[in-house]
Design a protein around this ligand. Structure first.
Ligand SMILES: [Zn+2]
Length: 168
């Protein structure tokens, strides 16, 4: 079932793509996973994720409570999308990133806030409890403030098959 549309601000992601993020978070446990999100939309209209791009966690410090997306992965994505180089090829662009919080809630940490300097990006955070995905949330940097604001994350089925077809 597709949730009713809200007046902007939410981020929509298909169940298979959300599954990729959840699986990566569980596979990396007890370290943090991270990666990039491509898609389209904006703060007013809301966002749609079209692609999940996993990255190695290249943080130089402890991977249990910090993450850093490989700059090469980001460069390659932005080049592919035309954000670097030839100019945009479509309305698809880098809209955000994701990382996990092993044995911590899916709330942005003080460390996250200290690293947040790009107000256009959506932060997706996976809370992982003893190796299993607990909760996935999305946040944006409040434009007038130095705080995060949670936005609704809506999981959508890619194809609307009736449930009885999937069971047979
Ligand atoms: Zn974090």
């Amino acid at each position: 079932m597709t949730p009713p549309s809200t007046p902007g601000g939410e981020i929509r992601i298909s169940a298979p793509l959300l599954g990729l993020i959840s699986d990566a978070a569980e596979a990396a446990f007890p370290a943090e996973c991270c990666g990039l999100l491509a898609g389209h939309g904006n703060h007013t209209a809301g966002f749609v994720v079209t692609r999940v791009i996993p990255s190695d966690n290249v943080a130089e410090t402890d991977h249990h409570d910090s993450f850093e997306v490989d700059p090469q992965v980001r460069f390659d994505l932005m080049r592919e999308l035309g954000e670097i180089g030839d100019g945009p090829k479509s309305d698809e662009r880098m809209i955000g990133h994701y990382h996990s919080h092993p044995n911590h809630p899916s709330e942005p940490s003080a460390r996250d806030l200290a690293k947040a300097f790009e107000p256009d990006l959506v932060w997706v955070i996976v809370g992982v409890k003893t190796g299993k995905t607990d909760k996935i949330t999305a946040h944006i940097l409040h434009p007038q403030d130095t705080t995060f604001q949670e936005i609704p994350l809506l999981e959508e089925a890619r194809t609307a098959y009736p449930a009885d077809l999937e069971d047979s």
